[in-house]
Design a protein around this ligand. Structure first.
Ligand SMILES: C[S@@+](CC[C@H](N)C(=O)[O-])C[C@H]1O[C@@H](n2cnc3c(N)ncnc32)[C@H](O)[C@@H]1O
Length: 219
């Protein structure tokens, strides 16, 4: 799906199916309960949250649903500069959740600022320079926590994904791209070294890493 000329039908099916796959593998339910919800509650006012590199938008929609159930007043924004992702995400738009076809630099240039910035499965797509820039941009955009969730590379993760994705992958790029993503991803110590200060890298669930830092928008 990184290929700009890839089959648009398979791409659309892949974005749709991410709703289920991210739910199964991404551990955002846990991260929402342990980090996002307490932070938003403590604000004691309406919040703005950004999903940076939101792809098809399923993660931000899921978080919005969880927060609405908890009675939290949040404006959710999903941002992705890839127009194909934007088109897919727009199908998931709903009250309180908005999508923009912008990358981190454009958001900074527009003077945007959020109470929490997060991402899912973006870091492993970036080379060393782009990773530093993306991480730094995310700190500029947040006056609160920044949470970047990703896959932790490992043989077991690879083997389990290869088997588990089989019933879900027909007509999509989920198998080929998912296995490539696992190969490209970091182990926690590697990600900590690649990001450097002020990042801390945690392992919130099996086969997952979570890079955590405090944004500097209010500093
Ligand atoms: C593999 S996709 C992840 C999509 C989605 N978060 C998910 O979990 O399914 C990575 C996305 O990050 C986006 N991206 C890369 N650099 C970015 C940046 N600087 N700002 C915003 N999005 C970026 C890409 O366009 C791509 O759609």
């Amino acid at each position: 799906m990184d290929d700009p000329d890839c089959d648009p039908r398979a791409l659309a099916a892949t974005y749709r199916r991410f709703g289920l796959v991210n739910r199964l593998v991404s551990a955002w339910g846990h991260v929402y309960r342990s980090r996002v919800r307490p932070e938003l509650r403590a604000l004691g006012r309406p919040a703005r949250v950004l999903d940076l590199g939101c792809g098809g938008g399923d993660v931000v929609v899921r978080l919005a649903t969880l927060a609405a159930r908890d009675g939290l007043d949040v404006e959710w924004v999903g941002a992705d500069p890839d127009p194909r992702a934007f088109e897919a995400a727009r199908e998931r738009e709903r009250p309180g959740v908005r999508f923009v076809a912008q990358g981190s630099r454009a958001l900074i240039d527009a003077g945007e600022c959020f109470d929490l910035v997060l991402s899912n499965h973006v870091l492993h797509h970036l080379d060393a320079g782009a990773l530093q820039q993306f991480a730094d941009d995310s700190l500029t955009l947040s006056r609160g926590p920044v949470l970047h969730a990703d896959i932790a590379r490992g043989r077991l993760a690879y083997a389990l994904y290869a088997v588990g994705i089989a019933p879900l992958s027909a007509g999509t790029f989920l198998r080929v791209d998912g296995l490539r993503s696992i190969r490209r991803s970091h182990r926690a110590p590697e990600l900590a070294e690649a990001l450097g200060s002020p990042w801390r890298v945690e392992t919130p669930a099996p086969f997952r890493v979570l890079a955590v830092a405090r944004g500097r928008a209010d500093a």
